[in-house]
Design a protein around this ligand. Structure first.
Ligand code: GDP
Length: 307
């Protein structure tokens, strides 16, 4: 049984952790959004890949929701004292990863290879693939002008009103090695409950990925990010409102269209027509929740495949 998950950061990492509780690690592949990647004071930061690396290796700061646990901040304080930018938080342990990644990229290695090596060093058995080794940058047209993702998300805390989302470089980006095969050869493909517009759409914008989802013989099941008619965190609800999209599972199903065959929805929420549905409490607090949601998604995939 091979399962591939399309994922952003925090919301997606929860589902991947759940899968790792119900499947052997070598059966799980995560294809990760890199549209949030950016260069900061010369460092290549890959926020969603780092969230996967830290979460799956038990190193993440769960209370904070990003970065590493047991972190110290000498680098950031020194940077601030020197007059450097301090709007993007960089912990000392975290910096080591960014420095190494940046140096290896400058040496000509691919993001896929570097990510695989770090995952191995961290003892992660699952495969973590960047969606692309090529630069794709999420940009937002807003009432404060054209913003790159980190300025919108971190510096401006999602306050600007968004009118359009674009993915610079996506037209010419190639899927990273192994990405298309991971979709084509899987027994099931899952779309994590990540932000559909900011975390999953960049993946679908890389030529070949959407087509592979449509063409794969594997059932494709998304977990809806909507819970109780709301988005549990982050800018999903605000974005949908600004883009004129109703906050409902029907909108999520319509958005993914023929990319998905099934949708996992939260108990009591609206059930869209035209695709297979399974219900559970989809809020993933603890490990048991994560395993349950992962299992419900795998069961729906099996039902769709007639297994
Ligand atoms: P990312 O997009 O994967 O980086 O993850 P975020 O943590 O920013 O979450 C994005 C969206 O996923 C949120 O707006 C929520 O609607 C949804 N989400 C987060 N956690 C959960 C969860 O435990 N269950 C479900 N169903 N959705 C979640």
């Amino acid at each position: 049984m091979k399962v591939t998950v399309l994922t952003g950061g925090v919301g997606g990492a929860k589902l991947v952790l759940g899968l790792l509780r119900v499947l052997p690690a070598d059966a799980v592949t995560a294809i990760v959004n890199t549209g949030d990647d950016f260069r900061h004071i010369g460092l290549h930061v890959s926020p969603d890949i780092d969230t996967l690396l830290y979460t799956l290796s038990g190193k993440s700061n769960l209370a904070q929701g990003w970065g590493r646990a047991d972190e110290s901040w000498n680098f950031l304080e020194s940077l601030r004292d020197l007059g450097g930018p301090d709007w993007f938080q960089l912990g000392d342990r975290d910096v080591a990863l960014h420095v190494l990644r940046t140096a290896r990229l400058a040496g000509g290695e691919g993001l896929d290879q570097i990510t695989a090596d770090i995952a191995r060093r961290f003892g992660i058995g699952a495969t973590i693939l960047p969606m692309s080794n090529d630069r794709v940058a999420t940009r937002l047209d807003t009432d404060e002008g054209d913003l790159d993702f980190q300025h919108y998300f971190v510096a401006r805390r999602c306050a600007p009103k968004v009118t359009r989302i674009g993915f610079d470089g996506a037209e010419t980006a190639r899927p990273a090695p192994g990405v298309i095969a991971a979709i084509t050869d899987a027994d099931a493909v899952l779309v994590a409950p990540s932000n559909p517009f900011l975390s999953v759409d960049p993946l679908l914008a890389v030529p070949g990925i959407r087509a592979a989802l449509v063409a794969t013989a594997a059932p494709v099941v998304a977990v809806s990010p909507i819970i109780g008619g709301k988005a549990v965190k982050g800018p999903t609800a605000k974005l949908m409102e600004e883009l004129g999209i109703r906050l409902a599972n029907a909108s999520i199903a319509a958005h993914y269209g023929d990319c998905i065959d099934g949708l996992i929805i939260h108990d009591g929420d609206d059930a869209p027509e035209g695709l297979a549905i399974a219900r559970t409490d989809t809020l993933m607090h603890d490990d048991a929740d994560k395993a349950r949601v992962a299992q419900v998604a795998l069961d729906l995939a099996a039902r769709i495949a007639g297994r």
